[in-house]
Design a binder for this molecule. Structure first.
Ligand code: HEC
Length: 437
């Protein structure tokens, strides 16, 4: 099941570290010693259908995502959809055995992305989280200055894809369920070189990502803001001082830490819903953050789920890249300051509290397939997507135009972009001949 088992050198500017990818024998020993369950990836893309796989509760309601009330309804429906079924193994009456959650789901098929276990960011051993960026202060979360300034709290995320989306992976990872890309006949390498990969998920595709913050001592540091948050014990790294009081930081060393769940992201694709757009392949995106003062999504009332998940507050929904093509729901806080100042919520773009990005959910995700292996795709001409993505649809369209030579799309899926990057690097010589370096 695992792609890499040997330690790999990882160059972190001045520090030259050797990083152990997930699941080394040392990792597993730590997991068992802590009485925790190791990560088992969900890579069966073609498993027999489960009872709720054909359930599409957003249909038949006449929703139009350009209307804020309809957008809020859709976001609440999807929050319920992604929570259902993950807590059946937990025998405790209040579903407080957090270690056992989001591992298997008897009602709905969810799968995950292979090839994300390499590098310093690779999947960790207990839940399969991958490493992202440090958390900074946002309108939703005020982070202590020392942590903010030194990037001391890295985010870690875990994403799942519903059955509709797994069908894409089932086509893409060949031979079936071996987790290699469809490379046995050398086809993939050729497709990468001649820019002919084109991935399109079907209507009804949903994916979601749970995000956690590896902030040491978070209960104390974020006392009022994160009190009572849902949390996991995970085998993660963050940015620690090598010697307390010294300036030298090390962000590659992993240890078992307790980390709070503070944001959830959801992507949804369905051309049958009014207001979704052809030029964005009918995707919309939405996000939630932990807010203990939130009164709750009424559609969760009949689910027996861990209490803190009911305080995941929906921020809004984005249906276009341009400013003003996102809704921010009353009472929620967005995080979008392209020029250092938060835009008015009637003319903003959706961006989550832990996304320290000047663009937006869709502005960044639109790069999927473009940011991957750019240089070879552009036939050796250096073509770069703007830092962290696009601010307007026009810029995105221009970038996709034939004269830019970049037109490869992974249909807004960023994990696949990462996975392909890892894959291409591992097979560097076969995929990108020396002349492309
Ligand atoms: C700066 C770029 C950037 C921004 C902004 C961003 N994302 Fe992502 N997103 C990524 C990357 C990179 C990944 C894959 C990395 C990983 O999961 O380890 C990802 C993964 C995801 C996934 C898992 C499925 C997939 O596409 O891989 C979802 C769902 C998601 N993001 C939703 C959102 C939402 C909703 C927002 C806005 C609130 C958002 N993202 C903002 C870059 C971004």
């Amino acid at each position: 099941m695992l792609d890499v088992l040997t330690p790999v050198p990882y160059n972190l500017r001045e520090l030259n570290k050797i990083v152990n990818p997930v699941m080394t024998p040392e990792d597993l020993a730590k997991v068992h010693a802590a009485k925790l369950t190791p990560f088992h990836p969900l890579y069966d893309f073609n498993a027999p259908a489960k009872s709720l796989d054909t359930d599409e509760p957003w249909l038949g309601l006449n929703l139009d995502v350009t209307k804020i009330q309809d957008a809020e309804k859709l976001v609440k429906i999807l929050q319920r959809y992604v929570y259902q079924g993950w807590f059946e193994k937990d025998q405790s009456p209040d579903k407080s055995d957090y270690n056992n959650h989001f591992r298997e789901n008897p009602y709905r098929t969810w799968c995950q992305t292979p090839w994300l276990n390499v590098t310093e960011k690779g999947r960790e051993a207990i839940h399969g989280l991958t490493k992202e960026f440090p958390l900074t202060s946002s309108p939703a979360f005020k982070v202590p200055e020392e942590i903010d300034k030194n990037g001391l709290a890295y985010s870690w995320g875990l994403a799942f894809y519903n059955r509709r989306f797994c069908e894409v992976y089932d086509q893409f990872f060949r031979p079936r369920n071996t987790l290699s890309f469809q490379d046995s006949e050398g086809k993939l390498a050729e497709q990468i070189r001649n820019h002919s990969i084109n991935i399109k998920a079907k209507d009804g595709s949903v994916n979601f990502k749970l995000l956690f913050s590896a902030m040491q001592d978070w209960r104390e540091q974020m006392k009022d803001q994160w009190q009572g948050a849902y949390n996991w014990d995970a085998h993660v790294s963050t940015n620690h001082k090598v010697i307390p009081g010294s300036a030298e930081l090390d962000q590659s060393r992993r240890s078992i830490m307790n980390i709070p769940h503070i944001q959830m992201d959801v992507g949804f694709k369905d051309s049958r819903i009014a207001g979704t757009r052809d030029e964005l392949n009918y995707w919309v995106m939405m996000t939630f953050y932990y807010d203990p003062t939130y009164s709750g999504n009424e559609l969760l009332n009949d689910l027996n789920i861990p209490e803190p998940l009911k305080y995941m507050r929906p921020v809004g929904l984005q249906y276009g890249i341009n400013a003003g093509e996102s809704h921010i729901f009353p009472g929620a806080k967005n995080n979008h300051r392209p020029n250092g100042v938060e835009l008015p919520y009637t003319a903003t773009r959706l961006n989550g509290p832990i996304d320290s990005s000047p663009t937006s959910c869709m502005g960044c995700h639109s790069q999927s397939g473009i940011s991957f292996g750019l240089y070879p795709q552009a036939d050796g001409k250096a073509v770069f997507a703007p830092w962290f993505g696009f601010l307007t649809q026009q810029d995105y369209d221009h970038f996709l135009s034939p004269e830019m030579g970049t037109g490869v799309s992974f249909d807004f899926n960023m994990q696949l972009d990462e996975a392909m990057k890892n894959f291409a690097k591992a097979k560097a010589n076969r995929i990108f001949p020396a002349s492309h370096k």
